[in-house]
Write a protein that binds this ligand. Structure first.
Ligand SMILES: CCCCCCCCCCCCCCCCCCCCCCC/C=C/C(=O)SCCNC(=O)CCNC(=O)[C@H](O)C(C)(C)COP(=O)(O)OP(=O)(O)OC[C@H]1O[C@@H](n2cnc3c(N)ncnc32)[C@H](O)[C@@H]1OP(=O)(O)O
Ligand SMILES: Cc1cc2nc3c(=O)[nH]c(=O)nc-3n(C[C@H](O)[C@H](O)[C@H](O)COP(=O)(O)OP(=O)(O)OC[C@H]3O[C@@H](n4cnc5c(N)ncnc54)[C@H](O)[C@@H]3O)c2cc1C
Length: 664
């Protein structure tokens, strides 16, 4: 606006090579270059404008999303974008749309659960978007309990077809994104019934709408489920409701990689585990962890830049007031979130590796790492999305009153992000899955079966159950070994305590239900250990760039010590550390905040977000916040007229009446 960089002084304070950090954040030089190029392309294209979103009504908003999706697809084809570039384009366009479910769930479901033949038939159509698909699992009556779904797929051997039916109101499909108004097809989950026998939930490809005029096919009732939380936000998505009235589909539209139904109606299972039916959820949960780091870093970037611009109190001798970022309370709320964004980035990278590894193993019929992949994706999805949703809201509060304005970008970011705590598995339900996995691991400890992967720390259970931290000075908390031992012994002791308590119940399921709150806490401790240990592992790698490693070490320590402080009840009650050591951790944390403070702006610059993507006046790169806020206010439709619509109808009569009363 005035061409001045109001954050230049802050940028000059940085003690590390920001460009090198940008590459660490992106994952590689190649990833950085793709991301940088595509983000600028999107920002420069008026077709991807998004600042008017909170003002639009639902119909306008939705049509606008349809336009953007079609335009994005056109640009992807015109520019011959690769899959990686197209995914980046979607990311920077920053608008939830039916395409997410098509590419993110419908296609992966066919890839993961379809036979070779089915993939050959359906994927080319889906890749060209000649059909558009959704993921139709959740129903009005059941989401978490997938085994409780009620939609039926009954095999009719006379016609070699399945009859898809919604027998009750609660069996109506409810929530699938893209279903409400767009999808022509869906992978629909239904109970498979052959010869009167119920074989549980399986996936079926079902055509929902005509490819000629988009009208629902006979027997199908479909629509949108209505407005969701927040203006704009997730209302760009057509989450849908769907009912089937004896809809017939050919037998070969059951996804048959895991189990098959023969022409005669015989049900057969392959030697792949039936849990592969849940495979698409494992894939998406893994992507959600990486996405958590993006959403949190975006909020943190806004709050950090604004905290450096905003001044309140502390003027001395008529000089400038203090920047709010210099208040220790602000740092204590903001810097752990900055550290968390980096921590989630690295654990997301690792989880992607784990997922790729398990997928390659599955292709060679090695299913041994599937339980761990399920536990890791479920647990990390839960812990990172909870922290991110809470973190975005904290960033809004860190921006004071201006954070509540839509132009801060934070209300919409929160409203779009918060359902991540629920979709792809309610976060508590997912932690209970982790807890089951942990209880199984503990119960096998005496059997000679060596725990592997993320539970390998349990292999030293005798040591972890009795060790005492040897931290004596605050700086001792900077040793990765001190941090790891504290987190490992906390996690191990909480799991073992739950396992011991479970033995007091004659019925293990009753015990599990009764102790579920403790089990969830043990699962959180285990997941936090994974995140801390993956951050520490990252630091063992070669990290080029002046001062980059030092900054990452500081952030890693902030992440770990902040968690230690927040959960000190766990660490103290399990006897892993003493009250004195907890207090030393806090001293060290304060000193780390001072170390990060001069680098804070550069650390958020390293995310390399454009002003378009941030969508926030408070977070704009040049920090020129006040003129922009002032100007934006005048653009609000309410300011289109000086005297508001409704004055003559509702204000004037009131004022006149008051006048008469006053004269009396
Ligand atoms: C405008 C812009 C336009 C741009 C255009 C650009 C176009 C092109 C761009 C291309 C770019 C691509 C972009 C892609 C974007 C991707 C983004 C994706 C976005 C996603 C949005 C999300 C939307 C939301 C979707 C959903 O929510 S789908 C529904 C999800 N539902 C759930 O998660 C339900 C949760 N419940 C469960 O998972 C299970 O029921 C349960 C696990 C809780 C319990 O199940 P069950 O009762 O059967 O199980 P048990 O507890 O008895 O366990 C049995 C054993 O099975 C194991 N188990 C359980 N689950 C799994 C699993 N998933 N995997 C492996 N094993 C599993 C248990 O551990 C038990 O094992 P054991 O017997 O050994 O103990
Ligand atoms: C924005 C959005 C998009 C979605 N998109 C899709 C989609 O594309 N396709 C699709 O199929 N679905 C979709 N869903 C549905 C989503 O997957 C489910 O809402 C989610 O899995 C949670 O299930 P639920 O709604 O049944 O919650 P419930 O299970 O009813 O949860 C209600 C409460 O009960 C608690 N609870 C439930 N079970 C237990 C238990 N065993 N122990 C302790 N506590 C428990 C939960 O913690 C929660 O507090 C979407 C949902 C949202 C919000």
């Amino acid at each position: 606006m005035d061409g001045i960089d109001h954050l230049a002084d802050e940028r000059n304070k940085a003690q590390f090579d920001v460009d090198a950090m940008k590459i660490v954040w992106a994952g590689s030089r190649h990833a950085f270059e793709v991301s940088d190029r595509i983000s600028k392309l999107v920002a420069a294209d008026p077709g991807f404008r998004k600042d008017n979103r909170p003002m639009l009504g639902r119909n306008e908003l939705f049509k606008n999303t349809l336009r953007k999706a079609a335009y994005a697809w056109k640009r992807i084809i015109e520019l011959h974008l690769s899959e990686e570039e197209a995914a980046k384009l979607r990311f920077y366009v920053d608008e939830p749309a039916y395409t997410d479910l098509h590419w993110g769930m419908f296609v992966p479901a066919i890839k993961g659960q379809g036979t070779e033949e089915q993939q050959q038939k359906w994927l080319p159509l889906a890749y060209k978007m000649q059909i558009i698909g959704c993921y139709g699992q959740t129903e009005l009556g059941h989401g978490s309990n997938v085994q409780g779904l009620e939609t039926t797929a009954t095999f009719d051997p006379q016609t070699d077809e399945f009859v898809i039916h919604s027998p009750t109101l609660t069996s109506s499909k409810w929530w699938p994104g893209g279903l409400g108004k767009v999808s022509t097809h869906g992978v629909i989950y239904a109970r498979l019934i052959t010869d009167g026998r119920d074989h549980g939930v399986h996936g079926f490809i079902v055509q929902l709408r005509s490819l000629e005029d988009h009208s629902p096919l006979p027997g199908i009732t479909v629509g949108d489920i209505g407005m969701k939380f927040g203006n704009g936000a997730y209302n760009t998505m057509d989450n849908g409701v769907l009912r089937f009235d004896h809809v017939r589909i050919p037998r070969d539209q059951m996804l048959m990689r895991v189990s098959q139904v023969t022409r005669e109606g015989k049900y057969m299972q392959s030697d792949v585990p039936r849990q592969l039916v849940y495979g698409t959820m494992v894939y998406v949960r893994q992507t959600i962890v990486a996405d958590a780091s993006c959403a949190l870093s975006r909020a943190v970037c806004i709050a950090t830049r604004y905290s450096a611009v905003r001044r309140q109190f502390g003027s001395q001798d008529g000089g400038p007031e203090s920047q709010v970022i210099d208040y220790k309370t602000q740092q204590n709320r903001l810097f752990p979130l900055l550290a968390s964004a980096y921590a989630f980035r690295f654990v997301g990278e690792w989880l992607k590796w784990l997922y790729t590894d398990v997928t390659q193993r599955l292709q060679t019929n090695d299913f041994s790492t599937l339980p761990e992949a399920h536990a890791c994706t479920a647990g990390l999805k839960s812990v990172t999305t909870t922290a991110t949703a809470d973190g975005i809201e904290e960033c809004r509060k860190l921006c004071g009153g201006h954070g509540y304005l839509c132009t801060s970008g934070l209300p919409e970011l929160f409203a779009v992000y918060v359902p991540a705590c629920t979709y792809e598995g309610d976060n508590i339900v997912l932690l209970l899955q982790v807890a089951r996995f942990l209880m199984k691991t503990v119960s096998q400890l005496g059997s000679g079966k060596k725990p592997v992967g993320t539970t390998s720390y349990m292999g030293q259970i005798e040591h972890l159950m009795q060790c005492r931290s040897n931290v004596q000075r605050a700086e001792d908390w900077l040793k990765p070994s001190a941090i790891l031992e504290a987190f490992e012994s906390r996690a191990a002791r909480m799991s073992v305590a739950c396992a011991q308590n479970l033995t007091k119940f004659t019925n293990p399921e009753e015990g599990f239900a009764e102790l579920s709150a403790d089990l969830v806490e043990a699962a959180v401790a285990h997941c936090q250990l994974i995140i801390v240990s993956k951050f520490i592992e990252k630091l063992l790698q070669d990290i080029p760039g002046k001062g980059v490693r030092e900054q990452l070490e500081a952030l890693c320590n902030i992440y770990a010590l902040f968690l230690l402080h927040k959960h000190q009840g766990d660490f103290l009650s399990t006897g892993c550390i003493t009250a004195k050591q907890a207090s030393l951790a806090n001293d060290q944390l304060r000193s780390l905040y001072s170390q990060v403070r001069p680098n804070a702006i550069a650390l958020v610059d390293a995310f390399n977000y454009t002003d378009h993507f941030l969508g926030s006046i408070l977070g704009c790169y040049d920090g020129n916040v006040y003129p922009k806020l002032y100007e934006a206010a005048w653009k609000d439709p309410l300011n289109d007229s000086v005297v508001p619509e409704g004055y003559h109808e509702y204000i004037r009569p009131l004022l006149k009446q008051n006048l008469r009363t006053a004269r009396l």
